[in-house]
Design a protein around this ligand. Structure first.
Ligand code: DCP
Ligand code: MG
Length: 387
């Protein structure tokens, strides 16, 4: 059930963060078909075109009625980001139930291969296109290319724990891809909500041993109400508003160490340290510690252990709620929060802080609602942030 405080949100806004975007749209089949074209643009590296589709799709997701020929020519044509091209595709869809461009794309072998390749953690569109250019077409061919034996997990795990590894290091990227391939049959399975909650519960038990007085919120798609998630994203902080910042420092690494000792974390794809706040905190993007891991719960009653991608994010108490909002998504909702903050409010927003541009004054919200208040926005419930 969606919350009822929708009346202040307007589906005609140019900003996703001022609209209500439910998980399932009134026009979901149309959205799915347009999303194929959007994904194709993304896979081909056509980012500007992808963004236009993302914006149009987000507007349609928030439109509260089924689109028909009458409202298409009226209200819908006037919606932001619905240009001539989108208008004719929607018209085609209403008349035929299809969008020919979308169907053509979905049938090409290139789209299918690039889509399959990018399901592997560590393979982005650029790498996918390089692999395709080498003549590779299927995941089985990728396994042979990377010399990965399916189901065999790589032993090299925490070697990177002590040194903060650069994300762009080629060897590290290749290592990530190999892990992703070896574990692909597990990692491409979606995670039901009760397992997401169980993972949080187990992690909190261990965090309590490492540092008492912490709390956490599951963010990402789970928080937006998705019944199944591709990974688990959790934001942590310490409950002590004044001393918590000190208590959180270095905690991510210590927790990951413990989870690894307990054989719960099996791989660490990336671990970024807690950088000292610089004196003015004009740059607040370094104030989050995070670990991108592969995690596996103890065997369940049927003895099966499924490897899962789990992202752990640690925030000092004063930026906990901005981190929660930032990591709750969706990606488009976040993008427009930043844009809104900059264009409409002269503020800077990202998951590690809110500041005023002209004097770099920092804001430390004490709740999620305060994040929206500081940005001059009506509160949007997480389940309505599916832009
Ligand atoms: N995020 C973002 N910009 C990105 C990637 C992520 O703002 N380019 C934020 C918003 C996301 C959150 O991080 O909601 C988590 O990202 P995920 O990739 O885990 O996506 P979701 O959790 O939304 O969905 P799922 O994990 O089910 O795919
Ligand atoms: Mg997620």
């Amino acid at each position: 059930p969606y919350p009822t405080d929708l009346k202040h949100l307007t589906y005609t806004s140019r900003y996703c963060c001022a609209r209500a975007s439910p998980l399932v749209s009134q026009n979901q089949d149309l959205v799915n078909k347009l999303d194929i074209i959007r994904r194709c643009r993304h896979l081909e590296g056509e980012e500007r075109s992808m963004l236009s589709y993302s914006r149009a799709i987000a507007v349609i997701k928030a439109y509260p009625r089924v689109i028909d020929l009458a409202n298409l020519k009226g209200e819908v044509a006037k919606l932001p980001y619905i240009g001539d091209k989108l208008f004719s595709m929607i018209e085609e869809y209403i008349k035929t139930g299809e969008i020919s461009k979308s169907r053509e794309i979905a049938e090409t072998s290139r789209f299918r291969s690039l889509s399959a390749f990018t399901t592997i953690h560590g393979i982005g569109p650029h790498t996918a296109r390089q692999l395709y250019a080498l003549g590779l077409r299927t995941l089985e061919e990728l396994e042979r290319y990377y010399e990965v034996l399916p189901g065999v997990t790589d032993e090299e795990t925490l070697h990177n724990l002590d040194a903060d590894r650069k994300t762009n290091n080629d060897a590290a990227v290749e290592q990530t891809i190999k892990i992703g391939l070896a574990l692909r049959h597990d990692l491409t399975q979606t995670i039901p909500r009760d397992e997401v909650e169980e993972i949080q519960r187990v992690i909190m038990q261990h965090l309590d041993v490492v540092q008492k007085g912490c709390r956490s919120i599951i963010v990402g798609g789970y928080r937006r109400g998705k019944p199944q998630s591709n990974d688990v994203d959790i934001v942590f902080t310490h409950n002590d508003w004044t001393l918590g910042s000190q208590k959180v420092k270095g905690l991510c690494k210590r927790l990951v160490h413990r989870l690894h000792e307990q054989e719960l974390v099996t791989h660490v794809m990336h671990l970024s340290g807690f950088h000292e706040h610089n004196a003015l905190r004009t740059h607040h993007w370094d104030s989050l510690e995070k670990a991108l891991t592969v995690f596996v719960l103890p065997a369940n009653s049927s003895g099966k252990r499924v490897y899962r991608r789990v992202d752990l994010i640690f925030a000092a108490p004063e930026v906990f709620w901005t981190a929660v909002v930032g990591w709750s998504g969706s990606t488009m909702f976040q993008r427009d929060l930043r844009l809104w903050a900059k264009q409409q409010k002269g503020m800077k927003f990202d998951s590690s802080g809110i500041s005023r541009r002209h004097d770099s004054k920092l804001y430390f919200p004490k709740s999620e609602r305060e994040v929206f208040e500081h940005l001059g926005l009506t509160y949007v419930h997480p389940t309505l942030r599916n832009a």
